[in-house]
Design a binder for this molecule. Sequence first.
Ligand code: PNS
Length: 164
Amino acid sequence: MRRAIYPGSFDPVTNGHLDIIERGCKLFDEIIIAILVNPEKTPFFTIEERQEMLAQVLEEIEHGSCRLRVDSFEGLLVQYAVARQAHAIVRGIRAISDYEYELQMALMNRRLEPTIETVFMMPAEAYSYVSSRLVKEVFLLGGELGGLVPPLVEARMKEKVAKG
Ligand code: PNS
């Protein structure tokens, strides 16, 4: 039974994240999508909102026999991964520009916890420029998000802004 953690902010979850999860399902029996609780950042969506949206959109994706769970964590990722008895951490790499930061994190995580491997996965080219940060920027400036995030996420973003 191979278990992986897919950590991130997921603020909000994008089609790029879902593409990585689908690919990860070909390698792992279980993936825990773990949302970082980061008190230093002011997020667009609360942890609860992100958790709830993720749970809903994961129902729509191809995951075969791979079990998908959504959770949140605080503190060191590797400590969380050990507590969950995970074998690996999955991270998506879109472009070379992601690599430097991801390599640093992977090597630091390895130093902290040599039993956990980091697995880098490449999303489909169509998502190679999609990030939660750009999605929020485009949305707040009135751009279209079709194809970049699941329709549910776009609807929740519109609701959120309408409520103020
Ligand atoms: O989606 P993001 O914001 O790129 O995800 C970054 C994340 C959550 C993977 C990273 O910030 C993280 O692991 N934070 C937990 C704290 C930690 O373990 N720091 C040391 C990493 S080397």
